[in-house]
Every structure is written in C-alpha cells, then in structure tokens.
Design a protein around this ligand. Structure first.
Ligand SMILES: Nc1ncnc2c1ncn2[C@@H]1O[C@H](COP(=O)(O)O)[C@@H](OP(=O)(O)O)[C@H]1O
Ligand SMILES: [Mg+2]
Ligand SMILES: [Mg+2]
Ligand SMILES: [Mg+2]
Length: 354
C-alpha cells in the first residue's frame, strides 16, 4: 500500500492529539484566548498542534507543515505556557510501542514551543507539506458540539493522505444523522472515530480508542439516486457559510429534510460514511480565503469514499498556492453521481444574486 508509514504516523499522531483535546474538554479551564481575527483558541489547540508537529518531525524531519496555530501567545504568557506544557506531558498513548513510533513525549518546554512554531510553512506546489488543524471547529469544541483534529499530507500540492479525529461523532457509521449531532456534548460510550484515506486506496473509519490502532472498516458515500431525499450538512456558524443560499439550493433540489448543522470537518466525515449526503459551504458574503487546513484531510476522505469536492462554481480546489485556497470561493461536496446536478443548482443560486 502506498504511503503506509505516513498513514500510520498520521493516525497515531491524530489519535494522541484527540485524546489531549478530550482531556481539555473534561477539565474546568480551557485557557481560551481570542485571536486577532476574533476567533477563539484554547490550550487544546496549542497542545494538539505541538504534539502532532513533534510526531511529524520525528518520523519525517524534512517535511514542512502548514499549521493553524503558533507559539506567539504562549511565549508571551507564562501561565498559559505552563498549562499547555502540563497537558502535553500528560497526553500519552496507552500502547507503549505506538507511543514510541510517534516519537514519545516532547522533551522540554522549549521543544514544545519550537514544535508549535514549525507549522509556519508557506505551502506551495512542490514536495511534501502537511496541513494541520489541531482543533477544527474550536467553537463547537467549546460548546460541546462537533470538532475534529485534522491532518493531511499534500504531495506536490495534492492532498494525498488525510486523517480526521472526531471525538464526538458516533462510532457507528450508519447512526442516523440529525440536528442533535451538532450539540451533543457526550463523548462517552460509542463516541469517537478516526477517519482516514490515502489517494487511490479508499477511505476507512475505526473507533478512536486510547492506544494502539483498532481494526478499520471501509466507508463509502451513500448511493443516492433521488436527490430530493438527500441530507445536507452545513456550518453552525452563519458567518462561515451562507445559510440562506444553502436553504435556497436545498429547496431547488427538492430537499425537504432540515439541514444538519455541525461544526468542523466532521461534516466531510459524515458525508464520506454515508450518514449525510451533501456538504454546502457557500461564501458568507465577506471576502474570506478558505484555509487549506480546514479542508485538505476532509477532501481526500470524501473523494476516496466516492465523492467529489470543488468550489461553489465547480472549479477544482487548488491546495498548491499557499496557506489559503485563494483562487476558490466556497465549497461543495456530494456523491459523484449527483455532483453535476448539485453544482448546476448552486450556480443558478449564485448567478441569481450576481
Ligand atoms: N468568514 C469565514 N468563512 C468561512 N470560514 C471561516 C470564516 N471565519 C473562520 N472560518 C473558518 O471556519 C472554520 C470552522 O468551520 P465550520 O464552520 O465548518 O466549523 C474555522 O476553523 P477553526 O475552528 O479551526 O478556527 C475557521 O478557520
Ligand atoms: Mg481557529
Ligand atoms: Mg479550522
Ligand atoms: Mg483550528
């Protein structure tokens, strides 16, 4: 199998970081800060990014990383840095051999800060670059909804290996999907999934677990024939995508089921396993460049499960131009068979506004 070593590394690194985020959620202080763009970041985001980059650099020292966070806030705030350091030290896989394969514990506070700062690649079209979102859907994470730990390897600008850790999604790939999924704080029994895919090799899910990797099963998008029966997924935050346009598109497609709102790339995972069908992310109006770490892993997983993902105009997503998808507007994901119809209607709705 291609990229076997990269996939194993990504699965174990995302597993360890996902366990870290769960421990933050169950502790009383999440160390939440507000970033310069007014979005939140927590000690979970910092800790997860440090652990994952340390694992990548252990196994593939030459690879670059485009990570969402950096150590700036921690270098300026001793008590916050100490909180993250405690968290990072406490986060180990139960299986010692697995823990060793991802480099074991980070050695020192300085090493932790340096790892965090190594997510500073400018991206690009050449070579091996990992895209990392340590907690995607930080707002969902804070409110006990969906969030995801997201890691993808891009090779020459093409997402090639993708892993999503979704601690609050049900393990059962066919569990019914309704709006309660976006607000379910219970990450206990029956919750927690690792999704993965390698380009050309299909997509899989397995229980998140705590130590060594559990057995995986193949996932695929639902064989939707009648689009009016589709379930569509969208962001909870109305500032991240245009709920009005999305409702309009759904109506034109004859969809009557209410949308399923949830935070993070758990939306990509949910359509890839056939629990939902469509992912609509229409531009919210403000000029915004989508970040590559918000999509790279989910896109490989959906494509390998039998889906197509492009921007809202049907244009291929270009992950090779830097840290953002600046040549694309919006995102649409759907099973291949119905994709042309969905894009046709999305274009109609966008053109009607132009
Ligand atoms: N105006 C905007 N339009 C689209 N996405 C935005 C946005 N502002 C922030 N985001 C991104 O939306 C992501 C969450 O997506 P979703 O709404 O699907 O949960 C955030 O990821 P983080 O939570 O990692 O910061 C952030 O990167
Ligand atoms: Mg963020
Ligand atoms: Mg994100
Ligand atoms: Mg994030």
């Amino acid at each position: 199998m291609a990229y076997e070593k990269e996939l194993e590394l990504a699965l174990l690194a995302v597993q360890r970081a996902s366990l870290l985020t769960k421990s933050v959620f169950s502790s009383h202080s999440k160390g939440t800060l507000t970033k310069s763009d007014a979005s939140p970041v927590t000690i979970g985001d910092f800790g997860a990014q440090a652990l994952i980059i340390a694992s990548i650099k252990h196994a593939f020292p030459e690879d670059e990383v485009v990570g969402e966070e950096d150590a700036g806030d921690l270098r300026a705030n001793d008590s916050l840095r100490d909180l993250v350091w405690e968290l990072v030290q406490a986060s180990k896989l139960e299986d010692g051999a697995a823990e060793d394969r991802i480099g074991g514990p980070i050695k020192s506070k300085d090493a932790m800060l340096n790892a965090l700062d190594q997510g500073d690649s400018a991206g690009g079209r050449k070579g091996r670059i990992w895209a990392l979102d340590p907690i995607d859907g930080t707002k969902g994470f804070l409110r006990g909804g969906q969030y995801a730990v997201c890691l993808a390897l891009m090779v020459d600008g093409v997402p090639t290996v993708g892993v999503l850790g979704c601690p609050n999604l049900p393990v059962d790939d066919k569990a019914p999907l309704d709006s309660s999924i976006g607000a379910d704080a219970d990450s206990g029994e029956g919750k927690g999934v690792l999704f993965s895919a390698v380009k050309g090799e299909g997509a899989q899910s397995r229980p998140l677990g705590k130590g060594a990797l559990q057995e995986a099963q193949k996932i695929s998008m639902s064989p939707l024939t009648n689009i009016s029966e589709a379930t569509f997924c969208e962001s909870v935050e109305s500032g991240h995508s245009n709920h009005g346009d999305q409702a309009n598109i759904a109506q034109r497609l004859g969809i009557t089921k209410p949308s399923v709102r949830m935070d993070s790339q758990a939306k990509y995972a949910s359509i890839a396993r056939g629990a939902g069908d469509l992912y609509l992310r229409l531009p919210s109006g403000k000029a915004y460049e989508e970040k590559i770490w918000d999509h790279a892993a989910g896109v490989v997983i959906v494509r390998e499960a039998g889906g197509e993902v492009t921007d809202a105009y049907g244009k291929p997503l270009d992950f090779g131009i830097g840290r953002t998808l600046k040549e694309n507007k919006g995102i649409v994901g759907a099973p291949k068979a119905v994709f042309p119809k969905v894009i046709e209607v999305v274009r109609e709705v966008l053109n009607a506004k132009a």
